[in-house]
Ligand binder design. Structure first.
Ligand code: NDP
Ligand code: PYC
Length: 342
């Protein structure tokens, strides 16, 4: 068995920020990226953890992402807030817009944050969790790049288009959060299978000829499949419409045309909607948060688990014991710190 190296969450974050700083990102963007990538490792979400560092650096080296653009918040007092990311990574843009979004949702009951012109490679749960921490329920979605065939089709057209939802549960409980790709699996997951030389489960992908495949290389060259057949395909299409076309930004197809490759992080926009449960339930019987707890207890009472429970358990463990990296991962970090991208 390969040896592991244990590192604290704070130390790993400092190392990753230093790698990005040396790679040319401004301190603000380096810190924001390090935080979201290390959160992935901390919570046992490796498909958006440290393996993404190389892709982020490659995107920077290719000149496809701004290293230092300052996000700009446009606020006309309406329910729609907009942050222009200026072609930089999305994390700093979200950090700027999130408090204003939560405040506007508390005031109006519902508000939306549009992020335009960003490069987005990360999981969405850190975003909805941030908003839940500010007391509002939240939905987040974005396109990706065209790698998924619509149900019944055979060519990549839709993205893996992630969709996340979070419901706040007060200070003593983690929020109810789910966050998933609308493809059967995230592309990052398929990349991890490829690196480990493992075959994919059946039903994840088709090859360039549209035939089912379990070979990760063939899947990456061909097309991934939406989850739940026509249902996932329709949700993914909705994300193209709302978080691409409606917000005046790239669809997954346009994002791929812009980039010309899936080896770099995709440029597009993002839509985040925040809602105040108190405002929606005002004047109706029952406290919405108490009623939600009854629902969660009934789910867990059947022996089912809530989404993100695994993640929160992983977080508890890594915060107490540190993050275990494989010897290969640790050596890769050393290389990136010493010589950068090969
Ligand atoms: P998973 O299938 O691993 O997990 C989806 C969700 O379902 C999680 O919230 C998970 O919680 C929950 N879940 C899993 N098993 C169960 C269960 N038995 N009972 C209840 N809940 C369960 O996610 P994906 O592989 O589809 O996506 C992984 C990540 O990739 C996401 O964070 C997504 O945002 C990201 N992504 C980002 C993209 C981008 O363009 N930025 C594109 C595509 C994906 P838990 O974590 O606790 O297991
Ligand atoms: O894992 O599908 C994915 C993905 C695409 C862009 C960022 N993550």
């Amino acid at each position: 068995m390969s040896k592991t190296v244990v590192i604290s969450v704070a130390k790993l974050e400092a190392r990753v920020a230093s790698i990005f700083g040396k790679g040319g990102l401004s301190p603000e963007h380096a810190a924001a990226l390090a935080s979201v990538i290390v959160a992935g490792e901390r919570d046992g979400c490796k498909s958006h953890g440290i393996y993404r560092i190389e892709g982020c650096l490659r995107t920077l080296k290719a000149g496809k992402v701004s290293p230092d653009a300052k996000p700009v918040l446009e606020d006309d007092g309406s329910a729609i807030l907009r942050v222009g990311a200026g072609g930089a990574y999305s994390c700093a843009a979200f950090a700027l817009g999130a408090p204003a979004l939560a405040e506007r949702a508390r005031k109006l009951g519902i508000a939306a944050l549009v992020i335009n012109d960003c490069t987005h490679f990360s999981a969405l749960w850190p975003e909805v969790e941030t908003l839940n921490g500010l007391g509002v329920a939240a939905i987040a979605m974005c396109p990706s790049y065209a790698t998924v065939a619509p149900s019944g089709g055979s060519q990549p057209l839709l993205g893996t288009n992630p969709f996340a939802f979070g419901w706040p549960r007060g200070e003593d409980k983690p929020p109810y959060v789910f966050d998933f790709a609308t493809s059967v699996a995230a592309r990052g997951e398929i990349e991890l299978y490829r690196r480990e030389g493992r075959q994919l489960p059946e039903g994840w992908a088709i090859d360039v000829d549209g035939k089912p495949t379990t070979d990760p290389e063939a899947a990456l060259a061909g097309a991934m499949l939406p989850f739940g057949g026509h249902k996932g395909s329709a949700i993914s299409t909705m994300i193209e419409l709302l978080a691409g076309i409606m917000i005046g930004d790239f669809t997954s197809k346009e994002a791929l045309d812009f980039l010309g490759t899936t080896t770099l992080a995709p440029r597009h926009g993002e839509l985040i909607i925040a809602m105040s449960p108190e405002r929606f339930a005002a004047g109706r019987p029952g406290d919405p948060f108490a009623r939600a707890e009854v629902l969660f207890e009934a789910i867990v009472g059947q022996g089912a688990r809530l989404p993100s429970q695994r993640r929160f358990a992983a977080r508890k463990q890594t915060l107490a014991e540190g993050i275990a990296l494989s010897a290969e991962e640790s050596a890769q970090l050393d290389r990136l710190e010493e010589v950068g991208l090969a």
